[in-house]
Design a protein around this ligand. Structure first.
Ligand code: AMP
Length: 561
């Protein structure tokens, strides 16, 4: 008889029973003179002891503002050195950091600040099309005429003040440099006392989940949650103080701040930020210039790097490994990353914000086939199970909803007990909403989001399988498959396809390519050639947007959805 779809990760390596501040101190003591942080766009380098000095100054500045343990401080900025310093400084004094997506606009910003009850907000001034200052003056008309720290906002009564990272001072805002100078008001003893009073189970971070659906919810994570997840992800990669990890993924998401920053903090590995936001060329350049050994990215980032001409001319031979995660990692892309980017040991990780994030990961010892076709096995100290709609564990090989239990499951959704109770059941299992299947050896395959499954003529179709097939055509750089309503079959398949530069193929020819190679009912009825997909900043394709656009173009009535 087949085994049930349940596994538990190995437990040989103990979890770290400490706060983030304690783990940081340990690394600073071990490697004071080694490089900790390189921020390419700022031309900045810190050793661990230099970074520790910056973190201490920032932490003391925040204490001088009167921030207490458990208060919330928001950060709304693309990647930079101050992001990293703020993350470590807030952790040191028990202030809960609220990550705000730098692509958020006014409504979303107001929602996150209000929902989490932020007392202070750190913001960038401008980036690309976002003018953060202008948006803040619109949201907070009182800011202009307030003294820094004395904001009395009608819309956000709990918000006391804004700290700007910008070079030009904004009226009513405190500048980052001024915050650092305020550190002098607080002695080292006060900082020490605060740090010593913290518990590792305290909440330390709120991350609003990606907003591919519904209202964002604030996943509330403890020191223990995210420190240990960063640690275990780093262990899986075999990180050491000799590694240099290139982090082009956003810091406001756990891929950057947990798997990146905390993975490095727990191993003494150097953090390298190639730029404020992902650019393929800048990332490849950072790998070459900084002799990066490990590179992170979501699949679309790797696709962009593989297709960039700089990949051929730059020396990427320092790379040995990395992680592709955050969305379905196409097999063809994994193979090319191994062959063409020197990332022989590249791994796939699967997870979600609510589980700190990683719960399943491939390992260096897994064979190539497993490393490119599955998301690996359950991470250390965690449990995975796959259940049917009745909540029963299904036999190995059957598709069902993946659930995760263990140290990495968030404390709650901030101030939202109903949503928390819907996501985490009484036995502590986080229900992911992802459909998966587990093989006899415990390797997990993600077949798609629950709600993205297409039911065509009574047949359950998983977009992933069709996407993987389209990838095998040499002209196809990326493919995303959705279902749209159809009067005859219930749903019909639509594929959006992005071609490699310089390639040209008619949609009809692509459909012909499918004939005889995949079952006729899996062949997309409509194929749309696109330059890009609607994406979240964290590299997730917004399939609900694709669906809206395709339905409008095909003249389908939204009522049918
Ligand atoms: P987030 O909370 O923004 O990190 O999004 C989590 C979601 O991303 C998961 O529930 C999955 O749907 C998706 N995801 C993350 N990693 C993978 C992966 N390796 N393969 C497929 N989907 C993934």
């Amino acid at each position: 008889m087949s085994l049930p779809s349940y596994t538990r990760g190995p437990q040989d390596k103990p979890l770290l029973p400490m706060t983030i501040g304690m783990a940081f101190d340990r690394t600073v003591e071990r490697f004071p003179e080694r490089e900790a942080l390189v921020v390419c766009q700022e031309n900045l380098r810190y050793t661990w002891s230099e970074l520790a000095a910056e973190v201490d100054r920032c932490a003391r500045g925040l204490l001088a503002l009167g921030l207490h343990t458990g208060d919330r401080l928001g950060i709304w900025s693309p990647n930079n050195s101050q992001w990293c310093i703020t993350q470590l400084a807030t952790a040191r004094i028990g202030v809960i950091l609220v990550n705000i997506n730098p692509a958020y606009r006014l409504n979303e910003l107001e929602y996150a600040l209000k929902q989490s009850g932020c007392r202070w907000l750190i913001c960038a001034d401008t980036f690309k099309t976002s003018d953060y200052h202008a948006m803040l003056y619109e949201l907070l008309p009182e800011l202009d005429v307030s003294a820094p720290g004395e904001l009395h906002s009608r819309r956000l009564p709990e918000l006391q003040g804004i700290i700007t990272l910008g070079a030009r001072p904004g009226a009513g805002m405190l500048q980052w440099q001024a915050l650092q100078s305020m550190a002098d008001q607080i002695g080292p003893e006060q900082l020490h006392q605060r740090a010593a009073s913290l518990q590792f189970d305290d909440p330390i971070n709120i991350q609003y989940t990606s907003g591919t659906t519904g209202f964002p919810k604030g996943a509330t994570l403890s020191h223990y949650n995210i420190l240990n997840n960063g640690y275990m992800v780093g262990e899986s990669l075999g990180l050491t103080e000799h590694d240099r990890l290139v982090i082009p993924v956003p810091l406001y998401h756990c891929f950057g701040m947990v798997m990146g920053n905390l993975g490095c903090v727990t191993h003494g590995t150097t953090m390298v930020y190639p730029g404020a936001a992902f650019e393929p060329e800048a990332t490849l350049q950072a790998v070459a210039d900084e002799r990066g050994t490990i590179l992170y990215g979501v699949p679309t980032m790797f696709i962009a790097m593989l297709d960039h001409p700089a990949r051929r001319t730059l020396d990427l031979s320092s790379l040995r490994s990395g992680i592709m995660a955050g969305a379905t990692c196409p097999i063809e892309v994994m193979k090319r990353v191994i062959d063409e980017m020197h990332m022989a040991e590249v791994q796939i990780a699967y997870g979600m914000t609510e589980t700190s994030p990683v719960s399943v990961q491939t390992g260096a010892a897994d064979d190539l086939e497993r490393r490119v076709t599955s998301v690996g096995r359950t991470q250390p100290h965690l449990e995975s199970k796959i259940i049917n709609e009745q909540g029963q564990i299904v036999p190995r090989g059957h598709i069902g909803e993946l659930c995760t239990r263990g140290y990495s499951v968030m404390l709650s959704y901030w101030s939202n007990p109903e949503a928390t109770a819907e996501a985490i059941d009484d036995a502590g299992w986080m229900h992911t909403g992802d459909l998966a299947q587990m093989d006899e050896q415990g390797y997990v395959k993600i077949v798609g989001r629950n709600k993205d499954m297409i039911i065509r003529g009574g047949e359950n179709l998983y977009p992933r399988e069709i996407e993987e097939f389209l990838f095998t055509h040499p002209a196809v750089a990326d493919a995303q498959v959705i279902g749209v309503p159809d009067t005859r079959f219930g749903e019909e398949i639509v594929a959006w396809v992005k071609l490699h530069p310089g390639h040209d193929i008619e949609p009809e020819a692509l459909r012909e390519f499918c004939q005889g190679r995949i079952a006729h009912f899996k062949i997309p009825r409509h194929i749309k050639l696109v330059e890009d997909f609607p994406m979240t900043v964290t590299g997730k394709v917004q399939k609900f947007r694709m669906r809206e656009i395709s339905m409008a173009e095909l003249g389908l009535d939204a009522q049918q959805d």
